[in-house]
Design a protein around this ligand. Structure first.
Ligand code: GLN
Length: 304
């Protein structure tokens, strides 16, 4: 039996001692205000063991990690019909890139880049009577406690969100957005603004480590086959043009956010969340990547 807490602590100390490189996301003004030295980790196993280090209880904006939650909800509602609106192929380009949409007629490459996640918001707005409330209810039914949007972060992103407005208008010009652009983006920015700590994030995502059932609440969040599909999509698309690097160095399905969070799943075993807001040039947490590479090597827990 490996001493998980010991390996977690040692890896944490090692990465903490390294130079903290990269830059905090500044294109969302509210995110630029966070302390770049914050660094936390939490791992929870499906049997309920919990291992933590550093700032594991500090809440941060989960940003694109929320794309996995909206994908979970939409797949449980729509099933395979979703794939008429987008694909599930790796994009090999930046999370907010517009270029592929032109040659691919407004069909986003996958649900974990901005264009795909924005189309999912559009679908949820059409499917749900009160999308924001129902989305939060969906999350609280998994965690057992209230989860909320952060209106200050959402407003801050909206103020400077030119690229996402461009993406959404472009998608609409191809007929792949049914609702009003402002309404779709209001929902999208709200999802990105959710703040959770590493402890909360790893707990929330345990259903992806347990065939779609949250082990604490016992809620069947998504089906077993959708769980497998979401983990597959995270492995190929969760880190944009760094997905190959993450598979090679870390070897787990995962998802990053420009708030500095990374969530990774060991199917059948655990969920782990890392928070450190300085990002590498691809928009992924610099320390988060370093930590996970070392951690999965030491624990031999790459799935490959
Ligand atoms: N809200 C951010 C955006 O749309 C999310 C991006 C991310 O976390 N990679 O730009």
């Amino acid at each position: 039996m490996i001493d998980c807490q010991n390996i977690l602590d040692k890896t944490y100390q090692k990465v903490r001692a390294m130079e903290n490189m990269g830059a905090v996301a500044s294109y969302i003004p509210e995110l630029a205000k966070v302390d770049p030295a914050q660094f936390g980790v939490c791992l929870i196993t499906k049997t309920g063991e919990k291992f933590m280090a550093g700032d594991s209880d500090i809440k941060f904006s989960i940003q694109s990690i929320a794309k996995v939650l909206s994908l979970s909800l939409v797949l449980s509602k729509l099933g395979d019909k979703l794939w008429q609106r987008m694909d599930f192929e790796a994009s090999g380009s930046a999370f907010n890139s517009l270029v592929q949409l032109e040659t691919e007629n407004g069909i986003p490459r996958n649900p974990l880049i901005n264009s795909g996640a924005i189309v999912i918001c559009d679908v949820l707005i059409s499917e749900l009577a009160n999308p924001k409330e129902e989305f939060l209810k969906f999350l609280s039914s998994i965690t057992g406690y209230e989860v909320n949007f952060d209106p200050t972060i959402a407003a801050s992103e909206k103020e400077e969100g030119y690229r996402n407005f461009a993406l959404t208008n472009y998608l609409k010009s191809f007929g792949n957005i049914d609702n009003d652009v402002e309404i779709v983006l209001d929902f999208y920015f709200s999802l990105c603004s959710i703040k959770l700590s590493c402890a909360e994030l790893s707990n929330l995502f345990l259903y992806l480590a347990n065939d779609g059932v949250h082990p604490k609440s016992k809620k069947q969040v998504i089906s077993k086959s959708n769980t497998r599909r979401i983990n597959a999509i995270m492995s190929t698309c969760g880190f944009y043009d760094e997905a190959g690097e993450f598979a090679y160095r870390v070897g787990l399905p995962g998802k990053s956010g420009v708030g500095g969070g990374i969530l990774a799943i060991h199917p059948g075993k655990y969920a782990i969340a890392i928070y450190s807001p300085r990002l590498n040039p691809k928009g992924n947490s610099y320390r988060g990547m370093k930590f996970l590479e070392r951690f999965t090597s030491k624990t031999e827990s790459s799935i490959f």
